[in-house]
Design a protein around this ligand. Structure first.
Ligand code: NAD
Length: 290
């Protein structure tokens, strides 16, 4: 298949490389002009899009996505599919999809879970919004870049699934960290706390698979001095998207709101930037009630 790939950063670079390694013809464009094995560099986003059957974008935010889409959509071949894999706000995802469909193209929002490791290994999970036909066209590419693709519904449904998942993640990570901090002050051994909770009703992915306490449970960023992993500022980005969506959909999300406020303070006023999002544990441990 002829593919245009725009945004070749930490995630997009290895995703594009995997598509090329599987035998697809990939033209790539990124403002930073990185060299990606097997990917032919294009001079502009429009050049990467010309003649491609599928355009994939992996960009930092909705504003940049809208700007790139405005340039790329008029350059796309009739019937081609615009597939955005970035994590962006639901409104931008829907606006870009509408524009693509109005131009006679297919459109998907297909954000991912699995991080940089999953992008490199081709084991991402895709959550996808858009038409059945567009999903069918891009499915073979999802199979190369990932291990699972869930068609969640119409345009915007992929982004909706992504931010709901990550809102749960942010909230459960904070809940797990504050429980460890409380357990410490109650004199409960962290390993005992893990042994009990990981097999009791307080278990979660945050505790069982990504334990925020060093030396306890499976190896996680806590064991590497809280180097990301999943950086606190990326968690904050996703929590803010959840609150933006809750605002526009008039949804009551008090825990999501509180998690957003905590990660905002951690990243903007404290030492959270550049640390893993599970470093919420040392932050809370260092504090008292008042
Ligand atoms: P990144 O900053 O490494 O990559 C973004 C790339 O986009 C950069 O290389 C940048 O030069 C390029 N870019 C910016 N503006 C551009 C433009 N106008 N035209 C062409 N290229 C442009 O970020 P990343 O970690 O690869 O994340 C990309 C997306 O994936 C984000 O939306 C992020 O939220 C999402 N995501 C990231 C992770 C992760 O663990 N890093 C996990 C899941 C989802």
């Amino acid at each position: 298949m002829k593919i245009g790939f725009i945004g070749l950063g930490n995630m997009g670079g290895p995703m594009a490389r995997n598509l090329a390694a599987a035998g697809h013809q990939v033209a790539g464009f990124d403002l930073a002009a990185p060299v990606i094995e097997g990917v032919t560099p294009a001079a502009t986003a429009a050049e990467a899009a010309a003649g491609a059957e599928v355009i994939i974008t992996m960009l930092p935010n909705g504003q940049i996505l809208r700007a790139v889409a405005a340039e790329v959509i008029p350059a796309m071949a009739p019937g081609a599919v615009f597939c955005d894999c970035s994590t962006v706000d639901v409104d931008s995802a829907r606006a870009v999809a509408e524009q693509a469909v109005a131009a006679g193209l297919g459109a998907l929002d297909a954000p991912v879970s699995g991080g940089v490791g999953g992008a490199a290994a081709g084991t991402l999970t895709f959550m996808v919004g858009g038409s059945d036909a567009a999903f069918a066209t891009v499915s073979p590419l999802f199979d190369i870049m990932g291990q699972k693709a869930v068609h969640c519904g119409e345009s915007g449904a992929g982004q909706a699934a992504k931010i709901c998942n990550n809102m749960i993640l942010g909230v459960t990570m904070i809940a797990t960290c504050e429980a460890f901090a409380l357990a410490d002050k109650l004199g409960l051994d962290r390993q005992k706390m893990f042994d009990v909770v990981s097999t009791s009703s307080g278990y979660s992915w945050s505790l069982n698979a990504y334990c925020p306490a060093p030396g306890v449970g499976p190896t996680s960023p806590a064991d590497n001095d809280y180097k990301p992993g999943f950086a606190a500022e990326l968690m904050l980005k996703d929590l803010r998207l959840s609150q933006q969506a809750a605002e526009s959909a008039d949804a009551d999300t008090p825990m999501g709101q509180l998690a957003t406020a905590l990660y905002t303070a951690f990243v903007e006023d404290e030492d959270g930037r550049g640390r893993d999002f599970s470093a919420m544990l040392p932050r809370l441990s260092a504090r008292g009630r008042g």
